[in-house]
Ligand binder design. Structure first.
Ligand code: ADE
Length: 417
């Protein structure tokens, strides 16, 4: 079996972490048990480019139980859990190509390694694999049934490809399921970003001026959790509706040019580039901490900052002191997504639903090989609702059911005042 990982001897530690995470993922467990019986992915080759974490390992195991041949690479050079990668190879026989801290060249080598398996279904977190397929590996496009996309940033990229007429394969926007973005993006990013910031710095958040750039699902989760720890949260936005929501949620809202001057900590969560540039770095006060939790490291201009720095030194893992003129500022995780760079990403309980969507998305492609259009699909609403119901069952929460009269009332327009 081909693979490229840091050290196979790390497998025993990885296996225990995979098992612990799996125990918090009851919905995926149910899907895995069904997949084991029904083998809906029998004979299908699936290439995945995801954060190589204990949670992803459980998705891979479920897909393998479903009969898929798999290959996995990392969707970010800094997010791989090397012990998990080792266990995937040694204990589960899944070809894995991922080493934490890999450089850009080996990151892309690993994506190409996965495409060498000639996947019929691909799964991305950020759309790098799909982009490679559409650029350097075009001849393989005809082999692909469809591709699933995990994250907001990836879906934005794919929509841009579709608009440009560049997209050549059907795509499933897993991110757009309610049971994905309303939970993973909000509660997952909220908690894991705070976790990353604290692991990198060990600072107290209570009383700090904490600036969240972007009030999408991720930003609002982060803002809520920072407030929960006693921070004075400031939100920056470009969208008037989202800005108004932030105001009515009780957050201070202001332009970044103003926020940068008073921030103790800034974390970007916008999905766009140039949110923090040299202009802002110059405005920061002494000791300010800057970080990003968006998918790509384009939100803050780390390279520009490093170029302008008088000196720099690493104080702790993922915490770098940068001297700019006479001022010290601190950058976390080189501006990469801090929840996976400094912590372990979203907790398994929430990845449970995200990866239930991924597994069902792969099944959807395998079952509907004929007649799919080149467009961006979403998981059918009934499946999305069913994932929520399974999760509620798993955590022992019961809900009401509409009576026939209530159902009829909702479907008719005759009854009014
Ligand atoms: N994205 C965010 N958190 C993650 C995790 N724990 N595993 C895989 N992908 C993630």
């Amino acid at each position: 079996m081909k693979y490229d990982i840091k050290d196979i001897k790390l497998a025993p530690a990885g296996k225990k972490r995979i098992e612990w995470a799996g125990a918090q993922m009851p919905v995926l467990e149910l899907i895995k048990a069904r997949f084991k019986k029904e083998k809906p992915l029998k004979g299908v080759t699936l290439g995945a480019c995801l954060h190589v974490t204990a949670e992803t390992a459980n998705l891979m195991i479920a897909l393998k139980e479903g009969g898929a041949n798999l290959a996995l690479c990392a969707s970010n050079p800094l997010s791989t859990q090397d012990d998990v990668a080792a266990s995937l190879v040694k204990d589960y026989g899944i070809p894995t190509f991922a080493i934490r801290g890999e450089d850009k060249k080996s990151y892309y080598k690993h994506l190409n390694d996965v495409l060498d398996f000639h996947p019929q279904i691909t799964t991305d977190d950020g759309a790098d694999l799909v982009t490679l397929l559409h650029t350097e590996r075009k001849s393989q496009l005809k082999e692909v049934i469809g591709s699933a996309e995990e994250t907001t940033t990836g879906v934005i990229r794919l929509k841009a490809m579709l608009k440009d007429g560049a997209l050549k394969i059907p795509v499933m926007a897993v991110n757009d399921s309610d049971t994905k973005h309303m939970f993973d993006n909000r509660y997952g990013t909220g908690q894991s970003t705070i976790d990353g910031i604290i692991r990198a710095t060990n600072i107290l958040l209570a009383g700090k001026k904490f600036v969240v750039a972007g009030f999408g699902w991720c930003g609002r989760g982060l803002a809520a959790r920072a407030r929960g720890l006693g921070a004075q949260v400031i939100v920056t936005e470009v969208n008037p509706v989202k800005a108004l929501e932030a105001v009515m949620e009780g957050f201070e809202v202001m332009p970044m040019d103003t926020a940068a001057k008073i921030a103790d900590i800034i974390c970007t969560a916008t999905g766009d580039k140039d949110v923090l540039t040299m202009k802002h770095f110059k405005l920061l006060k002494e000791g300010a901490i800057i970080s990003n939790t968006g998918h790509f490291n384009v939100e803050l201009d780390y390279d520009g900052l490093i170029k302008a720095a008088k000196s720099r030194r690493v104080l702790r893992n993922n915490l770098e002191e940068v001297v700019l003129g006479t001022k010290k500022i601190f950058v976390l995780g080189e501006g990469r997504l801090i929840n996976l760079a400094a912590a372990e990403g979203h907790p398994p309980d929430v990845m449970d639903m995200s990866f239930a969507n991924q597994a069902l998305g792969a099944e959807f492609f395998a079952q509907n090989q004929e007649g799919l259009e080149v467009k961006i699909y979403t998981i059918p609403e009934e499946m999305d609702q069913n994932i929520a119901l399974l999760k509620l069952n798993a955590i022992g929460v019961k809900i009401d059911v509409l009576t026939p009269a209530q159902k009829k009332y909702l479907e008719s327009w005759h009854e009014g005042t």
